[in-house]
Write a protein that binds this ligand. Structure first.
Ligand SMILES: Nc1ncnc2c1ncn2[C@@H]1O[C@H](COP(=O)(O)OP(=O)(O)OP(=O)(O)O)[C@@H](O)[C@H]1O
Length: 256
C-alpha cells in the first residue's frame, strides 16, 4: 500500500501560472481521473509527480519520500510508472525486444558483469525473459511478440508502452490520454485490462483523459482542474453534475 500526495503544488512558467496551490491525495489501489479543459494544467501536474517539472511551491510525496526533490529516473525507481500519450518505441525491434530493453533498464546490472556474462547475469536474463513473456500474455499480445513494432497498429503500440511500465514493479501508474487514437473495441479491452491489472497488482492509477464515458466507467473519483486550480474532487456522478465543472469544461467538451 502507498499514498501519493500532491501538497499545495504551484508551477509558474514565467508569467503563466500553470498550477495554483493544488492539493489532493490518493492511495494505491484506487483509480482517479484528472480532467479539465485544454491548458488547465493536467500534464504539468503529471510532470510534477514524475520528477520532470519541479514545483515552484509545494511538494509531491509518496508516503514519506518527497518526489518533487528527485529527478525523473529516481521517481521511476520508487515505482511511479508513466505511460505517455504517444508511445516512444524502437520501431525496428520486435515487441519482445522493446520489452526486454525496459526490463534491462529496471535490472540495471553493471557493464563488467554484463561483459563477462557471469552466471548471475544469465540467471537474470532468464528471469527477464520470463517476466516479459508474462506481461505479453497479460496484455493479450503474446501472438505478436516477434512482430516488428513498425508493422503493428497504434492500439497495439500503446499496449506495449503499458507493458514497459508494468515491468517496473510500480505502485502508481500515470496515464496520459490513454485512449486517444483507439477504436471502441480497443477502448473496451483497455478498460477491462486496467481493472484486471489493478485487481492483481494493487497499484493506484491517475489518468488524464477527455473522454467522459471512459473516465466515468474507469474511475471511482474525479479531480477537476481549471486554469491551474482544483475546482472539484469527488465521485464521477457528483463531479460531472457540478455546475462549475459544466460551465468550465463539459460545455466545451460537449461542443468539441
Ligand atoms: N514548458 C512550458 N513553458 C511555458 N508554459 C507552459 C509549459 N508547459 C505548459 N505551459 C502552459 O501551462 C499551462 C498548462 O498547460 P498543460 O499542458 O499542463 O495543460 P493541460 O491541461 O495538460 O492541457 P491539454 O489538455 O491541452 O493537454 C498552459 O497555459 C500551457 O501553455
Amino acid at each position: 500500500m502507498g499514498r501519493l500526495a500532491i501538497e499545495n503544488v504551484s508551477v509558474d512558467f514565467g508569467g503563466v501560472h500553470a498550477l495554483k496551490d493544488v492539493s489532493f491525495a490518493f492511495e494505491s489501489g484506487s483509480i482517479v481521473g484528472l480532467i479539465g479543459p485544454n491548458g488547465a494544467g493536467k500534464s504539468t501536474l503529471l510532470n510534477c509527480i514524475s520528477g520532470i517539472t519541479r514545483p515552484t511551491a509545494g511538494r509531491v510525496r509518496l508516503d514519506e519520500a518527497v518526489l518533487s526533490e528527485r529527478n525523473a529516473s529516481s521517481v521511476a525507481g520508487l515505482g511511479i510508472g508513466r505511460v505517455f500519450q504517444h508511445p516512444e518505441l524502437v520501431l525496428d525491434l520486435s515487441v519482445r525486444e522493446n520489452l526486454m530493453i525496459a526490463c534491462h533498464r529496471s535490472l540495471g546490472y553493471g557493464l563488467v558483469s554484463e561483459l563477462l556474462m557471469v552466471p548471475s547475469v544469465w540467471r537474470r536474463e532468464r528471469e527477464a525473459a520470463g517476466r516479459v513473456a508474462d506481461v505479453l500474455r497479460r496484455l493479450g499480445i503474446a501472438d505478436s511478440a516477434d512482430a516488428e513494432v513498425r508493422n503493428l497498429p497504434y492500439g497495439h503500440r500503446k499496449l506495449i508502452d503499458l507493458g514497459r511500465a508494468l515491468l517496473m514493479d510500480i505502485g502508481f501508474l500515470l496515464l496520459d490520454e490513454p485512449i486517444a487514437g483507439l477504436n471502441d473495441p480497443e477502448i473496451a479491452h483497455l478498460t477491462e485490462l486496467l481493472f484486471e491489472l489493478r485487481r492483481e497488482f494493487g497499484f493506484g492509477i491517475l489518468v488524464v483523459e477527455h473522454n467522459m464515458p471512459f473516465v466515468s466507467r474507469l474511475c471511482e473519483r474525479l479531480v477537476v482542474l481549471d486554469l491551474g486550480q482544483l475546482i472539484a474532487d469527488g465521485r464521477p456522478a457528483d463531479v460531472l453534475g457540478d455546475a462549475r465543472v459544466i460551465a468550465s469544461y463539459l460545455g466545451e467538451a460537449a461542443d468539441a
